[in-house]
Structures are given as C-alpha cells and as structure tokens.
Design a protein around this ligand. Structure first.
Ligand SMILES: Cc1cc2nc3c(=O)[nH]c(=O)nc-3n(C[C@H](O)[C@H](O)[C@H](O)COP(=O)(O)O)c2cc1C
Length: 337
C-alpha cells in the first residue's frame, strides 16, 4: 500500500495524542475487546481499548497483563462510570501504567478524572451535549469521543452526522475529538477528518476480525446482516430511563422488552428502587451479550451491532481492515485534488 500521506497528515494530532501510527481507535466492545483483538489493533498501528465492562479488578489486572504480553504498543482501558468498584479499577490501571483511560456510560463521578490524571494517564470521555463536553474538557478531560446513534451497543438519540456538525466546528480547533458511530469505510473517515476530527473510533467494523474471539455464529450473523437489521431497543415504560441498545433483531431483543415490563412491575411493587432497576437492566445486557459473543447463541443472546454491519462481509485480519480504511480515505482525499 502506498503511504496514506494526506490521511496521516489529518490524523497527526490524534495519532500523537494516542501514541500510534494511525488515529483509529477500536472502541471497547464488552466480551469482544479482550487481549487478542486489542493487541492486534495496536500492533496494526491503531489503538485498541480493553472493555472492562463488569470485570472485577482482578480480572482487569489479568487482562491488562495479558494484553501487554501481546503488544508493546499503546492501548487503552474503557471503564464504565457506574461500576461499583470504579476507583479500584482505576488503581489497577495506575499499577500497570496504562496511558489512556476511556470513561464511558455516563458523567464521570467526582474525583475519577483526577484519580486517572494523578498517575499520568490521559482521560477520554463521551459527551452527549456540547455544553457537557465543554464542562468536561474544562474540568480536566483530555479528549472527547462523540458517538452517534448509528453505533452498536448503548446509544444516544442523535446521529453521528448531526453531532459532528454541532461539536467539531465548536471544539476541534482547540481539542482532540474522535468521531464514532456508523463508520464503515474510509471515505467517511476522510470527511470527519476534514471537518476537524483528530481521528475516528470504530467498533462494528472490527468485531469480526480474524483476531476477534467472538463465536463463529456471532460473526456469521454480522456477515448476513444489513444496516436495517441493527435496530435500537425500545423503551417500554417512561419511568424506566433505559439507555437504548443497538443490536441485530432476534428473540433476545423481544425478551428485552419483556424484561423491562418485569422490572417496571417490580418498581410498582416497591420491590426494587430505580437504581437497582437500572442495574438489573444493565446486567441483562451484559449476560445477553456474553451469550451471543462467547456461547454463539445468536437467537436469544444480544448481537450488538451498529448500522455499518452491512459493510462487514467477511472475516479478515485487523491489518487488512485498517489498510482498506486508510486506502479508501486516501483515495477520497486525492480525488479532491
Ligand atoms: C458488540 C459491541 C459491544 C460494545 N460494548 C461497549 C462497551 O462495553 N463500552 C463502550 O463504551 N462501548 C461499547 N460499544 C461501542 C463501541 O465501543 C464503539 O464506540 C461503537 O461500536 C462505534 O460505532 P460503530 O459500531 O458504528 O462502529 C460496543 C459496540 C459493539 C458493537
């Protein structure tokens, strides 16, 4: 492949921030983003991110050590802000000298950004609104990921194209902003870079790479699916602020609707409070995703996938995926003269 000179120039700031060759992150995917995929992404010049999800500190410790055994290049760790042992997980990252921590799943709790910066790591955050993004950047976050509703997994209500128009002109000059959600090809990467993004984050496109440990049945479901099969879950009860999840439609998505009705009934009965109800919902997803990714139960498990799933047609090594994305981006930029 000829060097993607123009793409690399537009990615320079993001690549310097990540310490990588290319400013392409593979977003953390619970159960999928473990040592093998993370190391493969980083070894290919991208930036892998371990999905801590519901892991205990001991498991995260082992996963970071395992990843370090497979790559000497930089990688990050994604921590979910509502994890009850968040600060213990941060301490594990500190012990390993992790360079970048991504805080996902809500507004970072008091002291968490500081605790990460204290051991010298950079903090990446998600922000659903421009006002909140500015606040988080003011209070110490080093970079932002904006993720649109095209993405796989937990999603917000606004599309990537609209978020990009709202956030990039306002923030990209002074801040490192990565764009995520619905990116399947390099032409799209070129466009976001031209709008000022420092880099991009993809999940769906990497989930079925040869190095991904996802079950063959999970991968086959991706290869068969079209964009319209990756649907967002619906909220059944307005009191239950369920974060929508984008996944391939199957029996599991129907069971989620039933689960919400069940949890809403427990709320009515006063058997659980709102926080416990939300946690119950999150546990449902974690369990369902594991069933699909690890056990290959693509009927009743949750096959989280973004709308770019239609562009995932075969199993190929991470190096080939990244090379293709860069070539497409470069060709698009060259065509502009
Ligand atoms: C199977 C799957 C699991 C995911 N799990 C997580 C997660 O645990 N934490 C997180 O912050 N994002 C998670 N995501 C979102 C990805 O990190 C990434 O931001 C997203 O996939 C980007 O959009 P795309 O799917 O359109 O490429 C997940 C996505 C998928 C497809």
């Amino acid at each position: 492949m000829t060097a993607p000179v123009k793409t690399s120039a537009l990615m320079a700031r993001g690549a310097a921030f990540l310490g990588t060759e290319h400013a392409i992150l593979c977003g953390a995917m619970s159960w999928v983003s473990e040592r093998n995929l993370v190391a493969a992404i980083s070894n290919a010049g991208g930036f892998g991110v371990i999905a801590c999800g519901a892991m205990t500190p001991e498991l995260l410790d082992a996963e970071i050590a395992g990843t370090k055994a497979l790559t000497a290049r930089p990688f990050g760790v994604n921590l979910i802000t509502m994890h009850p042992q968040l600060f213990d997980l941060i301490a594990v990252c500190a012990r390993h000298g992790v360079g970048h921590v991504v805080l996902a799943g809500g507004i970072p709790p008091k002291g968490s950004v500081e605790a990460i910066k204290d051991f010298g790591a950079k903090v990446l955050v998600f922000a659903p609104t421009l006002a909140l993004a500015k606040k988080l950047l003011r209070s110490g976050a080093d970079a932002l990921v904006i993720e649109g509703s095209e993405a796989g997994g937990h999603i917000g209500p606004v599309s990537t194209s609209v978020l990009a128009q709202e956030f990039l002109p306002a923030l990209a000059e002074d801040h490192v902003v990565f764009v995520a959600g619905g990116i399947g090809r390099g032409e799209m990467i070129a466009s976001y870079l031209e709008m000022g993004a420092s880099g991009v984050q993809l999940g769906t496109r990497f989930a079925c790479a040869s190095e991904s440990i996802a079950h063959p049945a999970f991968k086959q479901a991706f290869f068969r699916a079209n964009a319209r099969d990756a649907i967002a879950s619906v909220q059944v009860d307005p009191r239950l602020p369920v974060i929508p999840v984008r996944a391939l439609k199957n029996k599991g998505t129907e069971e989620f609707t039933a689960k919400q009705v069940e949890v809403a009934r427990l709320l009515d009965q006063g058997t659980v409070d709102m926080a416990a109800a939300q946690l119950e919902i999150e546990h449902f997803w974690a369990g369902a995703l594991r069933r699909a990714v690890i056990d290959g139960d693509v009927e009743r498990g949750s096959i989280m996938a973004g709308q770019s799933v239609g562009m995932v047609t075969k199993e190929e090594p991470v190096t080939a995926i990244i090379a293709q994305l860069l070539a497409e981006s470069e060709a698009a930029l060259n065509a502009r003269g």
